[in-house]
Each structure stands twice: as C-alpha cells, then as structure tokens.
Design a protein. Structure first.
Length: 157
C-alpha cells in the first residue's frame, strides 16, 4: 500500500523534472492524413500508437493528394496515407521499428516511404496469407533502400 509520504515525494519529483524540461510524452506526435473509412490506414495508426507514438489523425481524406504534393511525396512512392513527424514525411505502411531508427538517426532526407500496400506490413496483415517482402525507401535528394522487411520483421541489414 502506498503511503502519503511516498506519494508526496513522487509528485514532487515529477514537478521538479517537469520544470527542468524533462518530457513524459510517449514519443513525438505523428500527424496522419487518411481516409476515415480506410481500415488498413487505421491499422497502421494503431501500430504506430502501440509503438509509443502519439497520433493525430487529420482531414477527411479528400485532401490527401494536396497533402502529398505539399510534402513532396514522389508519385511512384505514393501510398494510401501520409504522415508528418518531427519535420519528416512518412508515406504508407512504414513499420514503427524503421520509424524509430530513422528519427534517432535524423538523416538528411525528406522522409520514408513504403510503396503501395504490401501484405503483412503494419495495417495490411491478412490471416493465413504469407507476408510480402518490401522495401522502406528513404527519399529526398537521393533515394535508397533504408530497410527491408517481410511482414513486420526486418530482414538483416
């Protein structure tokens, strides 16, 4: 059973850390533009939330092409939803593990993309169906394969 003194000490520590600028947020906010009726997009949003990100879903999906154009998403990398986090663009079903690594490394890039809708990627899981292998593409001034996955599992680098 927690005692009054322990509770007060704990609250005091939280207050001091907050004043010192320590954040207790789960992770950076991911702002997603998607069609509200898209189940696979909702699945990706849930995947990102479970990985510790705060997610804010915007729009009704009618402006998705304008959002892609504003963020500079190349047409050949377009997918069903577009997100922005920490100044980067995340296009499509990018696994949270790749996103975490990307945000830690902070490369000179516009963002990450997964083309299309690979089976087994986050939000595209299909029971009793083998997952696809797919690339996570880093794009900006150059393009390169940032990571390769089979379903939700990263293949060796």
């Amino acid at each position: 059973m927690i005692r009054r003194r322990e509770t007060l000490l704990g609250l005091s520590a939280v207050a001091l850390l907050s004043r010192a600028g320590v954040s207790f947020a789960a992770g950076p906010t991911v702002v997603v533009t998607k069609d509200p009726n898209c189940d696979c997009c909702s699945g990706w949003v849930e995947h990102i939330r479970q990985a510790g990100f705060t997610v804010e879903v915007r729009g009704d999906g009618s402006d998705i092409q304008k959002v892609k154009a504003r963020y500079g998403v190349p047409a050949e990398l377009a997918a069903c939803h577009t997100a922005e986090v920490s100044g980067y663009v995340i296009e499509g079903h990018v696994p949270a593990s790749a996103l975490h690594r990307f945000l830690k490394e902070k490369p000179n890039a516009v963002g990450l993309a997964v083309r299309g809708m690979p089976v087994g990627s986050p939000g595209m899981e299909v029971p009793d169906t083998p997952p696809d292998e797919y690339d996570v593409i880093l794009f900006g001034h150059n393009r390169l394969v940032y990571a390769q996955f089979r379903g939700g599992v990263e293949l060796s680098r």
